[in-house]
Design a protein around this ligand. Structure first.
Ligand code: GDP
Length: 367
């Protein structure tokens, strides 16, 4: 058909007729042959052990899935990978939003890979990501250099469920990453509330990023978090911020003296650095690796990993019991009424909880 654009009205414009298109780009390609092919447990395990990051990524997705079939399969994959895991340096990196976590992880990651070689996985725990629909922690776009590094694997926080659930998934992903040959693991977390405790329970070294402020920065951080830290690093020690950072470091050092000595026998260090200008980054990592040598020599490394395994066994029991209770149909049908009764003062919280638990236990007995 003649194109109207080719008429005299549109001078200087001609539309040519196109060429015939093939029906399908590659006639030999079987549709869905690999994109949709479901991987078996041994496909996952083989791929992971070969260090295939595409399969590793898919396995992490499987771990994060809430689908019961996926969860069963994920547990099998994890169990098969377990004997190949554990051989890494796991470092937790925490700090309030804006402390410079992603800028620092970019600089830290590149430094560690250049200086020590190996492969680095960056994972995250962000309990707020469920509400905000997607975590910004561990976001590749925030780690420009590391995200294009051939030896890095970056994964944002899993977003489903409670903090315990999110943290468990991150811990399980660590196992998969280690089995895939990642011998350095960073776990990023926000410096607000309980996520640090969860992060602390899966790493060998807990690094707390702080900023120098108005001189009263110590008031803002919780005692428990400072006690968890194996190293405190004050970021943005550059330009006209250097004096303030050094003052803050002195204050942190003095404050740390007031705490009881940690079980590790290691004295937590306080350092200043600039992630953005790459100043003092080497000193931070010299400290981390010095700690590793120290705790491996005195047996604390092994002890901490064993304690963590025990902690996660109890966490896992708690999580499964909680899920079994709340996903029980009888319980979920009675919960709204119980809530109303507590709100209107007809029952105390304790009695309402006891009644529901008794209902649940009776239901369990009946099988
Ligand atoms: P996050 O929220 O903890 O991940 O923090 P970001 O890494 O996104 O950094 C927050 C802001 O601080 C950004 O504007 C960074 O450019 C800036 N920043 C990070 N590290 C440094 C540093 O070492 N020096 C200076 N001057 N600014 C920094």
């Amino acid at each position: 058909m003649e194109h109207p654009e080719n008429s005299a009205e549109y001078k200087g414009l001609t539309v040519n007729s196109g060429v015939a298109q093939p029906s399908i780009v590659n006639p030999y390609l079987k549709r869905g042959s690999f994109r949709h092919r479901k991987l078996s447990v041994s496909d996952y395990v083989e791929g992971i052990l070969k260090g295939d990051v595409t399969i590793l990524g898919q396995a992490v997705t499987l771990v994060e899935s809430t689908h019961p079939d996926h969860q069963t399969m994920a547990q099998e994959v994890i169990e098969k990978c377990l004997p190949y895991s554990g051989n890494s340096v796991r470092v937790g990196i925490s700090g309030v939003p804006g402390a410079g976590k992603s800028t620092s992880i970019d600089a830290f990651g590149v430094h560690v890979l250049e200086e020590y070689g190996g492969r680095l996985a960056v994972l995250a725990i962000d309990p707020s990501s469920e509400r905000s629909k997607g975590s910004i922690l561990g976001d590749k776009t925030r780690m420009e250099k590391l995200s294009v590094h051939p030896d890095s694997f970056i994964r944002p926080s899993p977003s489903a469920g409670s903090l315990g659930g999110v943290a468990r998934k991150t811990r399980e992903s660590i196992i998969l990453c280690e089995a895939a040959g990642f011998d350095k693991i960073f776990v990023e977390t926000v410096g607000v509330g309980q996520s640090e405790t969860a992060c602390h329970s899966m790493v060998d070294f807990f690094l707390l990023i702080q900023l120098a402020g108005t001189g009263d920065e110590l008031q803002g951080i919780k005692r428990g978090i400072m006690e968890m830290a194996d190293g405190i690093v004050i970021n943005k020690c550059d330009g006209n911020n250097v004096d303030k950072c050094q003052l803050a470091a002195t204050q942190f050092r003095n404050a740390l003296h007031l705490f009881p000595a940690p079980d590790s026998g290691w004295t937590p260090q306080v350092l200043t650095y600039s992630g953005f200008y790459n100043l003092g980054v080497k000193e931070v990592w010299d400290m981390v690796f010095k700690y590793m040598d120290f705790v491996k020599a005195n047996g604390y490394f092994e002890h901490r990993r064993n304690e963590q395994a025990k902690y996660w066994m109890y966490e896992s029991i708690n999580e499964q019991l909680r899920n079994s209770f709340f996903q029980n149909e009888l319980i979920s049908s009675r919960l709204p009424l119980s809530e109303d009764m507590v709100l209107s003062g007809q029952k105390t919280s304790f009695v309402a909880a006891k009644d529901l638990l008794e209902t649940y236990f009776r239901w369990m007995k009946q099988g």
